[in-house]
Design a protein around this ligand. Structure first.
Ligand code: GLU
Length: 462
């Protein structure tokens, strides 16, 4: 876009798209454009997918339950009607619906980022010599440590306060803040990342519980040598007060979905190890006292915050940021949770959805044109040569056995059209039976889809 802007500025009079300007426009994005024209994106039918997201958004908007957090005025001021969802795929396709340009504080959504940065800059072992990796089974802000006197995990307050002391331990306060902001901006592809000083001041003033946790950990000698507990708390309050929008937050989530490489800038921001650890902990501990249910029903790593944000990651596919201030009893955004559940009930994004055999849910990642052609070719060839075991293998891999070639012929047509003697010799009869059985099963499984050709319509060909 920068090139287009420059070209418009440089031009005198009307801008015409000539060959040279076209080259200058597409030059930097040629790989992305080729992917687009070849439908090589992770979600090839992105407009169809985006329309479904809009439908889910609208359904979820009807939810009126929940209460906006009011322990500080900076959170209480938000309207309960605010509702936004942005997504960014690992190859940079974007979609936003609702209030996605309004800044809000990350609050606890910063915890996975803190942890990821700490692991990225040192290593897993060192970080986990100070903090555990087990769900606590307790509220996020209780004064509790595990059996080794370590915070239970990095997603509860004690863990996050401790991790604040591990990040850039030798730097002064200003340097630490700048360093963290730089990281977050890189994750967000240099899109909006701000800071709410009012929230920071309020968090500090009302943070008695966090001070208590800090003192308790100090007494138990949880902090690394030389760390100042009050400084760690101060840094933690600052980090909770970092602002994003749904749009920029979705790029951050996409960087996590993409193994630490920002899909917008292509820059490696976090190590693959840091990202994998972070996603594992988000999966088991990211959603307060709903974490177990989230892992069960949604099966995706996510982290929520009291601002009403939910950072959701669909590994290797996309990052999502949902935001709606009304919270349920455990502190999760009511609409955000509904969105995650609805998303996974329609699409097979749950970590344990079977990608090969489950037919009731949609898979927006399904085959592109090239794969489809390959499948048609394989099916036809197996049908022609009477290769029943190959056909069974395709059926088990959930290849659509009714795929048609350029003349609308299916594998069943090919098998049935072979000469009878030849058919007996090369197993075509068996192929016809097998494909017919498949049709029967298929009819029972899903009545809504277009039916395959009936065998009697091709009988004449035998
Ligand atoms: N600033 C809040 C606290 O530390 C964060 C709460 C949250 O989002 O979980 O209590």
């Amino acid at each position: 876009m920068e090139k287009v802007r420059r070209a418009v500025k440089d031009s005198v009079g009307e801008v015409m798209m000539d060959r040279d300007l076209f080259h200058r426009c597409v030059g930097g994005n040629i790989v992305l454009l080729i992917q687009a024209f070849r439908k090589k994106f992770i979600i090839p039918e992105f407009d169809v997918f985006a329309r479904k997201i809009n439908e889910i958004y609208k359904t979820v908007q009807e939810q009126r339950d929940g209460k906006v957090a009011d322990y500080i005025p900076q959170l209480a001021k938000f309207s309960p009607n605010l509702w936004g969802v942005s997504l960014c795929t690992v190859d940079g396709q974007r979609h936003s619906v609702g209030d996605t340009k309004q800044p809000f504080c990350l609050q606890s959504c910063v915890k996975p980022l803190q942890y990821a940065i700490a692991v990225h800059e040192s290593d897993t072992e060192k970080v986990h010599s100070y903090v555990g990796m087990e769900p606590s089974g307790l509220k996020f802000n209780v004064l509790s440590l595990d059996e080794e006197d370590k915070p239970h995990n990095p997603m509860v307050n004690a863990g996050a306060i401790l991790i604040s002391s591990l990040i850039k331990p030798l730097a002064n306060k200003a340097e630490k803040f700048d360093y963290f902001m730089e990281f977050v901006k890189k994750m967000a592809g240099q899109e909006y990342v701000g800071f709410s000083n009012a929230t920071f001041q309020s968090e500090k003033e009302t943070g008695d519980r966090n001070f208590a946790i800090g003192y308790y950990m100090k007494e138990k000698r949880c902090f690394p040598p030389g760390a100042d507990m009050i400084d760690a708390l101060d840094f933690y309050f600052q980090l909770c007060s970092i602002e994003v929008t749904c749009e920029s937050g979705s790029v951050m989530a996409a960087t996590l979905a993409n193994g630490g490489i920002c899909p917008i800038t292509g820059e490696r921001v976090l190590s693959a190890e840091a990202v994998r650890n972070t996603l594992s902990l988000m999966h088991s501990c990211g959603m307060y006292d709903f974490s177990g249910q989230m892992a069960f029903h949604v099966g995706l790593p996510a982290k929520s915050g009291v601002s009403g944000a939910i950072l959701l990651v669909i590994p290797n596919v996309m990052g999502v940021m949902c935001w709606s201030p009304p919270l349920d009893k455990v502190g999760n955004s009511v609409r955000g949770i509904h969105f995650c559940q609805e998303l996974v009930s329609q699409f097979n994004f749950h970590n344990y959805d079977n990608l090969r055999h489950f037919v009731k849910k949609q898979d927006p990642r399904r085959q592109d044109g090239d794969d489809r052609n390959k499948s048609v070719f394989n099916l036809m060839f197996a049908a022609f040569s009477g290769d029943v075991s190959a056909l069974r293998r395709f059926a088990l891999s959930s290849v659509d056995m009714d795929l048609k070639d350029y003349d609308s012929r299916t594998a069943l047509h090919i098998a049935a059209a072979e000469d009878f003697t030849y058919a007996m010799q090369f197993g075509h009869e068996e192929v016809v039976k097998m494909l017919q059985e498949y049709q029967e099963d298929w009819k029972q499984q899903d009545g809504e889809v277009e039916q395959p050709p009936k065998l009697d319509t091709i009988e004449g060909m035998i």
